[in-house]
Design a binder for this molecule. Structure first.
Ligand SMILES: [Zn+2]
Length: 272
């Protein structure tokens, strides 16, 4: 499942291809991809709209339209955009088709059908309640320290709550905790200020590192098969390394289950 850094790369790949293009027609073939709207209304609201920008909020890809509407897409598990000429045949699972004014089609494919689209003018709750973008100036150290001080939840839980800290999935949360030398089970408000500041920096480092590493992702907008991310192999410091030696001290990495998800940590380096 793509996390924020991967979605950032999809945005970067899409932007030069569709910014400045006009949507001539929008065909919603699988209703469940855009549950809040009828097929004709989907087309009506997008038809003849100029795409002025492609952006991102958390894991939502945002097409900003000249009309003031925004089309938000969440890829979930296997959603992907493909850019095709009019004579290329449609890839499998082509659920939404945008006909563009450069004689190309932007196709949304999704094998698992969990991807979702939504059109709005005012951000819906699922977007407006998201925490500040983690790599933006709005996500400040004082915001983070304050957020921790107001929660008794274990740190790992808090880091996964997108309304408090945005952008960390299970992998990046455990990696950031390791980098900061912080115990994932610790209650958030009991973390010392210096450690909280260290964790803040680790979160930004882990995400930035993933975005930089992601430049090797092959997001091929011409390939309609599979998902973008199926074959990505990365080295993680603790994630999925249960029983293997810690990269810093050699102690065996431990796994615990928190909120139904695996947390990996080094009992030696992450005592506090
Ligand atoms: Zn260690």
């Amino acid at each position: 499942m793509p996390e924020l850094p991967e979605v950032e790369h999809v945005v970067r790949a899409l932007s030069p291809v569709i910014t400045g293009r006009r949507i001539l027609a929008a065909e919603l073939n699988l209703k469940r991809i855009a549950p809040g709207i009828s097929r004709p209304a989907f087309d009506r609201q997008l038809r003849n709209s100029l795409i002025t920008a492609v952006g991102r909020r958390g894991k939502y890809i945002l097409f900003e339209l000249e009309s003031g509407h925004v089309l938000a897409t969440h890829l979930r598990m296997t959603g992907k955009f493909v850019s095709l000429t009019t004579d290329q045949s449609l890839p499998p699972y082509a659920h939404v088709i945008f006909y563009l004014d450069d004689e190309r089609r932007l196709v949304f494919c999704d094998m698992r059908q969990f991807g979702r689209m939504r059109i709005f003018t005012k951000p819906p709750k699922e977007l407006s309640t998201l925490a500040p973008e983690p790599l933006s100036d709005q996500f400040t150290e004082s915001y983070f320290v304050e957020t921790l001080s107001r929660s008794r939840r274990p740190l790992k839980h808090l880091l996964l709550d997108q309304t408090r800290v945005l952008g960390l999935g299970n992998i990046y949360a455990v990696e950031a905790l390791f980098l900061a030398g912080v115990n994932p089970l610790k209650e958030s408000n009991r973390l010392s200020k210096p450690r909280a500041r260290k964790l803040y920096q680790s979160i930004r480092d882990v995400l930035q590192e993933a975005i930089d590493a992601g430049s090797t992702l092959r997001i091929d907008l011409a390939d309609g098969n599979g998902s973008y991310f199926g074959t990505v192999e990365r080295f993680w410091r603790v994630y999925e390394r249960e029983g293997e030696p810690c990269v810093q001290c050699g102690t065996k990495i431990r796994r615990v289950v928190q909120g139904g998800r695996s947390t990996y940590y080094c009992p030696q380096c992450q005592k506090r």
